[in-house]
Design a protein around this ligand. Structure first.
Ligand code: EPZ
Length: 420
């Protein structure tokens, strides 16, 4: 198993180019199932999760061509609307094939994702929404089994804001009979990117990005070409790494537009952040203070502070000046990085979904273990500021969501290398 060896104490300086957003690319790859014509995607990040999704789609009969960050999918030969447990258990986002398969084939057999490190993460809202649209949906031997002649438009109200739930139901509704209204919809930018792609395929969608999305069903969708939006969580992660190390970096191929809550908190912590914009170009420049001020955060659905940035902010607060209170309101078990940070000398007290972080003068390198994708990012940030060497184990979590992370960090002046 690969590990990451980091020698701390180097300020991050220089420039890095951000990749396409994993959490936009995953649902958009599934949108290809909705059409008999090819969907070509550009700026697709080269990540393990993307590879897993492409394997899942090709075993369904989708023809996949990948050339670097350009992927073309042709679902005209779709003949196996099944997502087997062996594949789904390695990536929960596989559930995103459910809505498109029911809409396109009138049937689907998708393994339940099962829990993951950060929480139970059920998919009851996905199932409830499809049933409201007229599908017969049951759970049999660990699989969601759905069938319908044709989905009917309906008024859907999810019990809580769910990102992939909104995405699944929006995709299903594009081919339903009549109008579907999704109330209490998630507002994440990745949902807007998915809606833009679906509209370019001929779907009729309005309100994406707000909490009410209206979809007028059509008979079929055609092919299209779509560029995946930049990854706002990758961007926020590198901003935090530079902030914690007292560095100064310039991130290109990305936008500050979707990171207001994160940028505000980094500015509260004492960072100077500005964006460079031209008609064809945008970059974010961050200059960090000598020492950050502690900043408290409370995770909530977009546009509030994203849960996927919580571990990174816990990391920067471990060496900030003061005390930070971190409230995690989305997932029930997303503090596993705290005990690993404590191995580096962090002072963190957990009480339910609240963590109190008392900034310390310095961290000391140690061996730590990654537990989930964003926790890994938090450990990297801590390793970059810790005295001496930090060895991070189980970094397969990292490879799921951060493209070429060693190369990008090394280009920014970090001393980091992968060891087996
Ligand atoms: C998406 O997960 C992201 N994944 C997650 O990013 C992100 O952390 C999460 O949204 C929250 O922003 C992708 O987009 C592929 P939810 P998702 O449904 O859709 C509960 C990463 O690091 N819920 O918005 O699975 C659920 O348990 C990943 O890239 C139900 O109870 O999250 C959670 O407590 C991690 N029933 C809350 O809602 C349901 O049917 C929000 O979950 C659906 C969700």
């Amino acid at each position: 198993m690969d590990k990451l060896l980091i020698e701390g104490g180097h300020r991050l300086q220089g420039e890095a180019r951000m990749s396409g957003a994993k959490n936009a690319a995953l649902p958009i790859l599934c949108a290809a199932l909705l059409s008999r014509e090819p969907l070509t995607l550009t700026n697709v990040p080269q990540l393990n999760d993307i590879g897993t999704m492409l394997k899942l789609l090709s075993q369904m009969g989708v023809a996949v061509q990948q050339d670097g960050s350009t992927v073309t999918l042709d679902a005209s030969g779709l003949n196996n609307p099944v997502a087997p447990y062996e594949m789904v258990k390695t990536m929960r986002a596989s559930i995103l094939v459910l809505g498109p398969l029911v809409a396109r084939c009138g049937e689907a057999r998708v393994s339940l994702p099962g829990g993951c490190a950060i929480g139970a993460r059920p998919v009851d809202q996905h199932i409830k929404g499809l049933a409201s649209m007229g599908a017969d949906v049951s759970v049999e031997h660990g699989y969601v089994v759905a069938r319908t002649t044709r989905l009917r438009g309906a008024r859907l109200f999810t019990d809580m804001v769910t990102v992939t739930g909104t995405e699944n139901l929006m995709m299903a509704a594009t081919l339903a009979e009549g109008e579907t209204v999704i109330e209490n919809a998630a507002r994440e930018p990745e949902i807007v990117d998915l809606a833009n792609c679906l509209v370019s395929m001929g779907a009729r969608i309005s309100g994406a990005g707000s909490d009410v999305i209206r979809i007028q069903g059509v008979d079929r969708l055609h092919g299209a070409t779509h560029r995946i939006m930049p990854d706002r969580i990758e961007t926020g992660t590198y901003l935090c790494a530079a902030a914690a190390t007292g560095g100064e970096i310039r991130l290109t191929g990305t936008s500050a537009a979707y990171l207001d809550a994160v940028v505000d908190k980094l500015m509260d912590a004492g960072c100077d952040i500005r964006t460079e914009k031209s008609p064809s170009f945008e970059a974010i420049v961050l200059r960090a203070p000598e020492r950050l001020k502690a900043v408290s955060i409370r995770t909530s659905p977009y546009p509030a502070f994203p849960t996927d940035m919580q571990a990174q902010f816990m990391a920067i607060n471990t060496v900030a000046d003061g005390t930070a209170v971190i409230r995690e309101t989305i997932f029930e078990n997303r503090f596993m990085h705290a005990v690993e940070l404590a191995r580096l000398g962090a002072d963190i007290r957990i009480d339910g979904n609240t963590a109190v972080v008392q900034g310390v003068a310095q961290l000391d390198g140690a061996t730590v273990m990654a537990t989930d994708l964003r926790a890994s990012a938090g450990l990297i940030i801590a390793g970059l500021v810790a005295n001496g060497e930090t060895l991070i184990e189980r970094i397969y979590h990292l490879d799921r969501g951060y493209e070429h992370i060693e190369q990008k960090l090394t280009a920014l002046g970090a001393t980091v290398r992968r060891v087996s």
